[in-house]
Write a protein that binds this ligand. Structure first.
Ligand SMILES: *Cc1c(COP(=O)(O)O)cnc(C)c1O
Length: 230
């Protein structure tokens, strides 16, 4: 019996997200190709990544260097278009591994890390693109450069350290309306002439697209729930 309905939940959830991205772009008068979906596969096995790859999803996000090293290098030979974004807080002593495994590092958020990444890139001869993570809600427990320090930090990363910063990333406070945070990040990127805006997750990516997101990071809505962090 012919049946075009995807039976794999990852395939059908990916299709739903793509449809919602296209609709959000239409509402915002944006080209559907102007938003890149970063499929956040953290905690999910390599088989889940392969299921997404088989549906044409090529861009992934992981928040831990070690987990990324365990999943992605093995997939690259078969999938040369695969791109990996590191989206989690990064320790300076992991900078070298991060530069080796990632195509984009979205969590540049302090001067020490800028120096560590500069040195790691020089040693590895590899230059992943970088996004500066801004703590738009100035939450003490959260990663990201403080709002008031962000402009100077972005300038220093590019001009003093010569780092390949292409954009900004944020994670708005959990309970807040994310729109003003997305708008703030978009304004900051425009001031610095930065093209990439990584903002919006499973619960708020449509609002992020309305505010100009070029990259949305979606995990749960594609791969399902994750175990609560220990
Ligand atoms: C886990 C994670 C996401 C994905 O969150 P979902 O709500 O599962 O879509 C996005 N961005 C960052 C930085 C994350 O750590």
């Amino acid at each position: 019996m012919p049946n075009d309905l995807p039976t794999d939940p990852i395939a059908s959830q990916l299709k739903q997200i793509r449809d919602r991205i296209a609709e959000a772009c239409l509402r915002a008068n944006r080209a559907p190709g102007s938003v890149t979906l970063v499929a956040v596969s953290k905690t999910h096995p390599g088989a889940a990544v392969e299921a997404a790859l088989a549906c044409g999803q090529m861009v992934f996000g992981e928040n831990r260097v070690q987990e990324a090293e365990g999943k992605f290098p093995a997939l690259r030979p078969a999938w040369p278009a695969l791109r990996l974004h590191l989206i989690g807080a990064l320790q300076t002593n992991k900078a070298r591994e991060a530069v080796r495994v990632a195509d984009v590092i979205e969590s540049l958020d302090r001067p020490k890390l800028a120096v560590a990444l500069r040195d790691a890139m020089a040693r590895e001869g590899r230059q992943p693109r970088l996004l500066v993570q801004v703590n738009t809600g100035d939450e003490p427990q959260k990663a990201g450069i403080a709002r008031a320090e962000a402009d100077d930090f972005i300038r220093a990363c590019r001009e003093e350290h010569g780092l390949p910063v292409t954009g900004l990333m944020c994670i708005p406070p959990a309970e807040a309306d994310p729109r003003p945070h997305f708008a703030l990040l978009a304004g900051m990127a425009a001031r610095h002439g930065l093209a990439v805006l990584s903002m919006g997750m499973s619960g708020d990516f449509e609002a992020a697209i309305a505010e100009g997101a070029t990259h949305i990071r979606v995990g749960t809505a594609i791969f399902g729930g994750r175990p609560a962090p220990a």
